[in-house]
Design a protein around this ligand. Structure first.
Ligand code: NAI
Ligand code: MG
Length: 332
């Protein structure tokens, strides 16, 4: 039995979380949930955005499944996602993008995984504004150790999953120092895994290649800002943010999450699509070594996605969140 922290989140979070936990229970996944919430709802109830009880649970279980969270708008509220990533050094943001039959897409044959550095670069939180001079400085802080860790993680993943190629997306032609840091780190990782093809591409060309010939990519590795943008671009190639998974992984902790937001416009109406959170839960099962159960649920999910009538409104169907979950459960 795996003890896992469950963070339902805000808005549609509780609805999609219920759908996902129902499906995992029906598949007899050996998981015991420890529920701890964070976000707007929690803040309204307790005045805390991230309660200590949640952090204590995470430090014990080391694995969490997290729904979308609303960060209250206003001064002093730091994004919960960024806080957890930095506090626990969840330095890998892993975002698979794979063609799925039945989902609207202009492409075929896409099967890539993006590794985004998740704690450094422009998201290091080093911003200053000089009101007198009218100058805003946003400092991208990259470390040799951080660059090495994310590049090595991408190659190690490729090696473990039988993937053939790693592409580094960078801007070393302009960012002479930070860009070179990534080029050097990736070259060192590539030398450790000589059977994996290594190439690098400048980020602007990378974007063009991704929207013209995305099927050429296998594993992609990049820095925080480029990765943030590329990961949503890749989601758009295969059906959108409602259907892709995401994971924040460190050396001893992992938080699996829906990558879309809390969708306040449809919250509480039974319209939300739980696919993104379910796919993140499947990544979590893989992480826990429960490969057979993950595969069984994935098959049932894909068979459901292939039949529009059984899908939620965002995918062109008319099923409610719980009906969609029941269609998956019926196929297990
Ligand atoms: P959003 O992703 O919540 O919604 C954008 C549009 O997509 C809406 O029309 C929504 O109805 C639809 N949508 C999103 N997920 C869906 C699903 N599973 N099924 C069906 N339709 C879905 O983005 P928005 O409106 O920009 O942000 C809303 C709130 O979510 C904000 O407070 C934002 O800070 C937060 N947010 C949280 C994230 C996280 O916790 N990982 C990520 C992005 C936003
Ligand atoms: Mg993003």
């Amino acid at each position: 039995m795996h003890l896992i922290t469950l963070i339902p989140g805000d808005g549609i979070g509780p609805e999609i979380t219920k759908a996902v936990t129902d499906i995992l229970a029906a598949a007899k996944a050996p998981i015991q949930w420890e529920e701890q919430n964070a976000g707007q709802t929690t803040f309204d109830q307790s005045g805390e955005l991230i309660p200590q009880a949640l952090l204590t649970s995470l430090e014990k279980t080391k694995v969490a499944l997290k729904g979308p969270i609303t960060t209250p708008v206003g001064k002093g509220f730091r994004s919960i996602n960024v806080t957890l990533r930095q506090k626990y050094d969840l330095y890998q943001n892993v975002r698979p993008a794979k063609t799925t039959a039945g989902l609207t897409s202009r492409y075929e044959g896409i099967n890539l995984v993006l590794f985004r550095e998740n704690t450094e670069g422009l998201y290091a939180g080093l911003e200053l504004f000089d009101e007198h001079l009218g100058i805003a400085d946003s400092i991208a802080r990259n470390t040799v150790a951080g660059a090495r860790k994310i590049c090595r993680a991408a190659f190690a993943y490729a090696d473990k999953h039988g993937r053939k190629k790693v592409t580094l997306a960078h801007k070393a032609n302009i960012l002479k120092i930070a860009g070179k840091l990534m080029l050097d780190a990736c070259a060192a990782a590539a030398a450790e895994f000589p059977h994996i093809v290594y190439e690098d591409k400048i980020i602007d060309n990378m974007c063009m290649q991704l929207v013209t010939k995305p099927e050429q990519f296998d594993v992609i590795v990049t820095t925080n800002l480029f990765g943030d943008i590329l990961s949503d671009l890749c989601a758009g190639l295969v059906g959108g943010l409602g259907v892709v998974a995401g994971a924040n992984i460190g050396d001893d902790m992992a938080v699996f999450e829906a990558v879309h937001g809390s969708a306040p416009d449809i919250a509480g109406q039974g319209k939300a699509n739980p696919t993104a959170l379910l796919r993140s839960a499947l990544m979590m099962l893989e992480h826990l070594g429960e490969h057979a159960i993950a595969e069984r649920i994935e098959k049932a999910l894909n068979a459901t996605l292939a039949n529009k009538a059984e899908c939620t409104g965002d995918l062109g169907g008319s099923a409610s969140t719980s009906e969609f979950a029941q269609h998956i459960i019926a196929k297990l």
